[in-house]
Design a protein around this ligand. Structure first.
Ligand code: MN3
Length: 206
């Protein structure tokens, strides 16, 4: 059974950048539904039981039944992506990366601002619902990409591991920002906890 990662902050604590009603709805309705639907899909295929979510998402083509495969792709992706999203937000998180992640950002993007610009562009140009990700390649270098729906870089089987996910589904921002996705993207960067992202980078590259 997969369970939502619990939050280290209250639903209202990301105000005014991300509003309480959006947080409550996003975490207790959307994220909960992906988690429940993933667990229901896993129950239908004994070969998936006991596997890590990374293992499941990296081997979707091994799922024989097409309906189960689609359910796991959509809801397993949703489960994983939202755990990543919510666990790297914080009301008083570090405003910039440090250590090896900072060094790698300077190497690959030239500056932290340039990285944020690349992520913002990936997020703002994603047509319809989807995500922007910062991922680590096998050699430790960084990559910015975007995916439709609940897909993520693990599904591409090219060794990319996401370390930051930016949800640009309308449910992530519409209550406060309406159609202005760019304002939500700017607000997201006010509440990213870069210490958490840095720690995950260190864990993935260790
Ligand atoms: Mn979402």
């Amino acid at each position: 059974m997969f369970a939502q990662k619990s939050l280290s902050y209250g639903f209202a604590e990301l105000e005014p950048h991300i509003d309480e009603l959006t947080m409550v709805t996003h975490y207790t309705k959307h994220h909960a539904a992906y988690t429940n639907n993933l667990n229901a899909a896993i129950e239908k295929d004994a070969s998936l039981q006991g596997k890590s979510i990374e293992d499941v998402l990296g081997n979707l083509d091994a799922i024989a039944d097409e309906q189960v495969r689609t359910a796991v792709r959509n809801n397993g992706g949703g489960y994983y992506n939202h755990n990543l999203y919510f666990s790297h937000l914080a009301p008083n998180g570090a405003h910039a990366p440090s250590g090896n992640l900072e060094k790698q950002i300077l190497k690959d993007f030239g500056s932290f601002e340039a990285l944020k610009d690349a992520l913002s562009k990936a997020a703002s140009t994603r047509f319809g619902s989807g995500w922007a990700f910062l991922s680590v390649k096998k050699d430790g270098s960084l990559s910015v990409s975007s995916t439709p729906n609940q897909d993520n870089p693990l599904m591409d089987k090219n060794g990319l591991v996401p370390i930051l996910g930016l949800d640009v589904w309308e449910h992530a921002y519409y209550l406060r920002y309406k159609n202005v996705r760019a304002d939500y993207i700017a607000a997201f960067f006010k509440v990213v906890d870069w210490d958490a992202v840095t720690a995950l980078y260190d864990q993935v590259t260790a």
